[in-house]
Design a protein around this ligand. Structure first.
Ligand SMILES: Cc1ncc(COP(=O)(O)O)c(C=O)c1O
Length: 400
């Protein structure tokens, strides 16, 4: 129909849309917000619906901008395929859903994981009648015994844990999981594919909160799961039903962030090393958790597993008590006390108040998360400026 001959009501709806299809390719992936897609014939549409030919029909089933991000993260992880989700927690949940856990079946998970992952397992997943056993993955023998005793469907760990930076020996855990027919899901948010590629170590799923280092700029919430093609197909079918999809604008932001992932990670890891050394020598700091320090109990394992010379950009350290930790955070002038990590900005967080608030105090104590613990996410600022800010805040937070 010739739009020029239509009424203004109709023109307002259709004018400018679907016009000027170009036979050239934009250099940078555009944001495609369309929910629906048109095909020349109904047979073509039917073929896309039936997965007979590739294409898009509805945004909850797939979107070209989101696909670009999925392809990029799959490549960086050395995996076959990926699926992007609305948040990191949606990615964790999707993997748990795919495990098809029925009452009586088991999950073995690292005790020292992100608070919401812990709460999801200990709350709703347990409430479905699933046996959830939390283990200290740094004790490999105890973890192997738990896996053999529980015979779980899924083992869930973080590469570098939040917030105590305990390292999971992914190759050994993959072997232990596979021996009893379990799958290994690894949350690699803290390491990113630049420091470690869990699939190459034998993991079955890699999970990311793309909100953190992949996006990198603190302006987008997202998640990604990377796995072999067949498993991703299964996750995509579940996502069609649960609808926790990543939107195209968010996908574009993460895709843009990925381009500087390596530059940011290199800088952030080098600064973190310098800051961890400085903190370790500071008389007000009771303990520093950083795998790059030779005194870290897993320093050798970290040197073997992670990219040469880099140990991550997260540093946790302990002050005397919560009062001191909170006074220190209030006194910071450059580092930001914000509840996230992995950004270009240096961020500090009090795990007891925020990320691990939903974990019962006794369990927190068991995890080793004490009241005076502060988690530092090192940004891309000059390390000397970050240290100067930490120094003045430590001095300002001392008792008069
Ligand atoms: C290791 C880890 N996994 C998952 C998540 C959840 O990610 P999101 O906040 O994007 O849902 C977080 C959040 O901090 C995290 O630190």
């Amino acid at each position: 129909m010739d739009l020029k001959r239509c009424s203004i009501e109709t023109q307002a709806v259709h004018a400018g849309e679907r016009a000027g299809r170009l036979d050239c390719t934009p250099v940078s992936t555009p944001v495609q917000r369309s929910v629906g897609y048109l095909y020349e014939s109904m047979a073509d549409l039917d073929a896309v619906f039936g997965n007979v030919r590739p294409g898009y029909v509805y945004a909850r089933y797939g979107n070209p901008t989101v696909s670009a991000l999925e392809e990029a993260v799959a490549m960086l992880e050395g995996g076959e395929a990926a699926v992007a989700t609305a948040s990191g927690m949606a990615a964790v949940h999707l993997v748990l859903l795919a495990a098809g856990l029925r009452p009586g079946e088991a999950v073995v998970a690292a005790r020292d994981v992100y608070g919401a992952s812990y709460a999801l397992l200990a709350g709703p997943i347990r409430a479905q009648g699933v046996r959830v056993t939390f283990v200290d993955v740094t004790d490999l023998d105890a973890t192997r015994s738990a896996i053999e005793a529980q015979r779980p469907r899924l083992v869930f760990v973080e590469t570098l844990s939040n917030p105590l930076l305990k390292l999971a020996d992914v190759p050994s855990l993959a072997e232990a999981a596979h021996r009893v027919g379990a799958l290994l899901a690894v949350d690699s948010t803290f390491t990113t594919p630049y420091l470690l590629r869990p699939l190459a170590c034998g993991a079955d799923y890699v999970v990311h909160s793309a909100t953190k280092y992949l996006g990198g700029h603190g302006d987008v919430l997202g998640g990604v799961v990377v796995a072999p093609e067949g498993r991703i197909r299964e996750l995509r079918e579940l996502l069609k039903l649960t609808g926790a999809n990543l939107g195209p604008d968010s996908a574009w932001l993460v895709l843009r962030g990925l381009k500087t992932l390596v530059l940011r990670m290199r800088q952030q890891c080098q600064s973190a090393m310098e800051i961890a050394r400085w903190l370790a020598a500071h008389p007000d700091v009771e303990r520093v958790h950083y795998p790059g320090l030779p005194q870290h109990p897993q320093h050798k394992l970290a040197t073997r597993l992670l990219r040469s010379g880099l140990y991550g950009a997260m540093v946790s350290f302990e002050l005397a008590d919560a009062r001191r930790a909170l006074r220190f955070m209030e006194a910071l002038r450059l580092c930001l006390p914000a509840t996230t990590l992995g950004d270009v900005y240096t961020l500090v967080l009090h795990p007891v108040m925020s990320s691990h608030r939903s974990v019962p105090p006794a369990e927190r104590e068991r995890m080793g998360i004490r009241e005076g613990l502060v988690r530092l996410s090192v940004g891309i600022e000059d390390a000397a400026d970050i240290i100067a800010d930490l120094e003045q805040a430590l001095a300002a937070s001392r008792d008069a």
